[in-house]
Structures are given as C-alpha cells and as structure tokens.
Write a protein that binds this ligand. Structure first.
Ligand SMILES: [Zn+2]
Length: 205
C-alpha cells in the first residue's frame, strides 16, 4: 500500500480536521477554513468533507493539502507523520484504539436510525388514522386523530423522504431538528401511548 492508501484507510477526516485546529461540532459541521465562513457550512464526515457555501470537497489528503498549502503527496506524508502511520506498519495500538472509538459521525448515524424508525412508525400511524377516523358524514364531529393526521402527515412524509432520499447534509438537518428540544423523545412517547391504546382497542374487539 502506498502512502496515499495507508493514510486514507487509517485516518478519519474529522480527526484530522480537529487535529489541525478546525473545530467540528457534534453534528459534523464546522466553520469552513477555505472561505470567510460565519455559520458552519463545512460538513466533515469520516471519509470526506464538503462545504455547502464554497463547494470545497475532498478526502482527508485534499483537506490537509488545501489547509497547509501542500501538494497532495506532501500532505499525505504529513498526515502519515502526524498520525504515526508508516506504509509497511499498520497504525500502532493506541492509534488503532482511537480510530475504533465511536466517532461523532457514527453517533450521528445512530441518531439517524432512531429518528427514522420513529418517523416511519408515526407516518404509518397517521396514514391509518386518516383512513380509519375520517368523518363519515358532515355532521360527524372530527376525531382528534383524524385532525392530527390532516395537519401533520404531509410534513412527516416529507421528513421520511428526506431521510431516505436526501444527501448527507439534508439528513443531518432532519436529525438536528429532531434532536433539538427533545422532539425525538416526545415523538417516541406519543407513539408509545398510542401503541398502548391500540393494544387495548384490539383486546376489546
Ligand atoms: Zn467553504
């Protein structure tokens, strides 16, 4: 394996960014060092980075080269040196442990799974409510569940779509939003409550 391969497989882009003074928040975003950035526009993942404002994009070697004004080869050598990697020797044990530690990006993926399963369950529930509790005649009082479905179903479908089809930036936005103000926990409680109600209803039948 050459120095490029050794560096790319052993060094996480995020760790390198942080090592070189670019602070990455828990959602994988940072102030972009490649343009005059006021809000974090730079998304840093395990194996690449992308700036949504200036379009800078690449892997850990591109990042280091651009940041330090080095050629790609010199950047790869610098990374290898700074992270203690040699071409014939795998990263040492301490480094390996560090690499194995849960990265923020992994945590993001776990949150993504939680958000996705809650939103998907909610979407199915709302679809069912819209069908089951629709008023049968104009005189019927509207069922709360039907009203909730009418108000929220489109939005929830949109969020689920973004999680399935969106790029990493869009998915991060949805997860960010769900992890703010305990929205995910509230949704999980809401679902739990209705799961219980449904099992009672099924017992009565
Ligand atoms: Zn930028």
């Amino acid at each position: 394996m050459n120095v490029f391969g050794a560096v790319k497989t052993s060094i996480n882009t995020r760790e390198a960014a942080e090592r070189y003074g670019v602070e990455v928040n828990r959602h994988g975003k940072a102030l972009c060092p490649f343009h005059n950035d006021r809000n974090p526009s730079l998304f840093v993942d395990d194996d690449h980075y992308h700036c949504f404002a200036c379009g800078e994009h690449g892997d850990v070697i591109d990042f280091t080269a651009k940041l330090h004004g080095l050629t790609l080869y010199d950047a790869a050598k610098k990374l290898a040196y700074d992270f203690g990697i040699t071409q014939d020797k795998p990263p040492d044990k301490a480094m390996q442990e560090k690499l194995n530690k849960k990265s923020e990006a992994q945590r993001l993926r776990e949150n993504e799974k939680l958000c996705f399963s809650a939103l998907l369950e909610y979407m199915k529930l709302l679809q069912e409510w819209k069908r089951l509790y629709a008023p049968r005649s104009p005189e019927d009082t509207q069922d709360d569940r039907f009203v909730e479905a009418c108000h929220t179903l489109d939005y929830v479908e949109y969020l689920v779509d973004l999680l399935i089809m969106g790029d990493s930036y869009e998915r991060t936005e949805v997860i960010d939003m769900m992890m703010t103000d305990g929205k995910l926990q509230k949704l999980q409680m809401h679902l739990k409550k209705h799961r219980k109600e449904r099992s009672y209803e099924q017992e009565e039948r």
